[in-house]
Ligand binder design. Structure first.
Ligand SMILES: *Cc1c(COP(=O)(O)O)cnc(C)c1O
Length: 395
């Protein structure tokens, strides 16, 4: 079993870096090419028969690229898995993995609070291919064993979830899946990062990330990754070559560069978000704060047991609903209004008017999105400046 231990700053800089060195440069070079030449037909034959001395040299970029490969090996090292495959986006990683592992007539289990596009894919696209699903109430791991059927192939969850940051008991999810030989577990660990939690260490089979968020960390690139055993990842990688959601070499370079400072950034964001969450909880204009590092959070015991830090996202409800929340956000200057999270810049958004804008208040309430809800992604600015900005917004 992989170690549960989360990564250190040294790991973030060096882990997996020695596995694949296309050149002697310190950073991974960007091999910006669409295809690769062979010296002669003998080399072609060596490559296609799997006997080439450098199997990662590449044949055509949709199947592989040295920059992408180097970053994949680093990501696998950071997640403590045998292998990893990178994608053009987090959603390309999620959908390709689901298509690779599940077919018509089979069944998957998800939790109500999973990433909304993943849920939408399963509800609207996967059903067209005859894949059935069961949606469990958020965090209801106790209901998992009974939800598994003979045709169940995959259980999907996030930890922490978005925007309420609920943490799921990974060991229980993994144990329930492993009790049925045919069921694999997949955790979207975008909000956790290997600095705070490594799901594979708890027995989870596949770990996916939107690398667009913390892994890259600078709000400047889109990418995704799935990490797992050699066998599972190779099935997913083969389908990537067909569906075409391959990561671009330049995007992979930016993710790889972001990884170097992952621990520095996330440790700072953990500390700032914890301070911000505690400050908000004491503020008279705040109705409720959701942060897994606070003892008031419903999943705090689970979070404390399996996470080193609690992440850089804090969600909170402002008293006075939509208007009051908008007024607070509008009065803030440092926090920029934007969806997404995990970058060096502090971003703020109101789920009711951004991610869930097309719904009515009643529809939003039905899925638990309060009108006064604000999601704050703390950046790496000075914590005092972020709190001063919140004070400006709330006063
Ligand atoms: C953003 C996000 C995704 C999708 O990733 P993209 O890179 O935007 O495609 C998936 N899961 C979670 C938890 C996310 O936050």
């Amino acid at each position: 079993m992989t170690e549960r231990k989360t990564i250190t700053a040294t790991d973030a800089v060096h882990a997996g870096d020695d596995k694949f060195k296309p050149y002697d440069s310190v950073p991974t070079p960007i091999v910006q090419t669409a295809t690769y030449t062979f010296a002669d037909s003998a080399e072609v034959a060596a490559y296609t028969s799997g006997k080439h001395s450098n199997p990662d040299r590449g044949e055509y970029v949709r199947y592989g690229n040295p920059t992408v490969r180097a970053v994949e090996l680093r990501l696998a090292a950071l997640e403590g898995t045998e292998d990893a495959a990178m994608f053009a986006s987090g959603m390309a990683a999620v959908t390709t993995t689901l298509f690779a592992l599940v077919k018509g007539g089979q069944h998957i289990v998800l939790f109500q609070d999973c990433y909304r596009r993943t849920l939408q894919f399963v509800k609207e696209v996967f059903t067209r291919f005859g894949v059935t699903h069961t949606l469990l109430p958020a965090g209801d791991v106790a209901a998992l064993p009974d939800a598994l059927r003979p045709e169940t192939r995959l259980v999907v969850s996030e930890s922490p979830t978005n925007p309420y940051l609920s943490c799921i008991d990974l060991e229980r999810v993994a144990a329930a899946c492993r009790a049925r030989r045919t069921v694999k577990s997949m955790i979207d660990a975008t909000l956790a990062t290997p600095v705070n939690c490594r799901p594979a260490g708890f027995g989870i089979d596949l770990v996916v990330h939107s690398a667009t968020k913390y892994l890259a960390g600078h709000n400047d690139v889109m990418a995704g990754v799935v990490c797992g055993s050699t066998g599972l990842v190779s099935i997913v990688r083969d389908l990537r070559g067909i569906l075409g959601g391959m990561c671009d070499p330049h995007a992979a370079f930016l993710v790889g560069r972001g990884l170097k400072t992952l621990a520095l950034r996330v440790e700072k964001q953990n500390a700032t978000a914890l301070a911000v969450a505690g400050w908000l909880e004491r503020h008279p204009r705040i109705e409720r704060v959701f942060y897994p590092g606070l003892s008031s959070h419903a999943t705090h015991p689970v979070a404390r047991a399996q996470m080193r830090g609690f992440g850089g996202v804090v969600s909170f409800i402002v008293k006075g609903g939509l208007t009051a929340a908008s007024a607070a956000v509008d009065a803030m200057k440092l926090a920029r209004i934007a969806v997404s999270f995990g970058g060096v810049e502090t971003l703020i958004e109101q789920p009711a008017i951004m991610s869930y804008y097309e719904m009515t208040t009643e529809q939003r309430q039905a899925i638990g999105i309060a009108d006064g809800l604000i999601r704050l992604s703390v950046g790496v600015e000075d914590p005092g400046d972020i709190i001063a900005d919140l004070e400006r917004g709330l006063s």
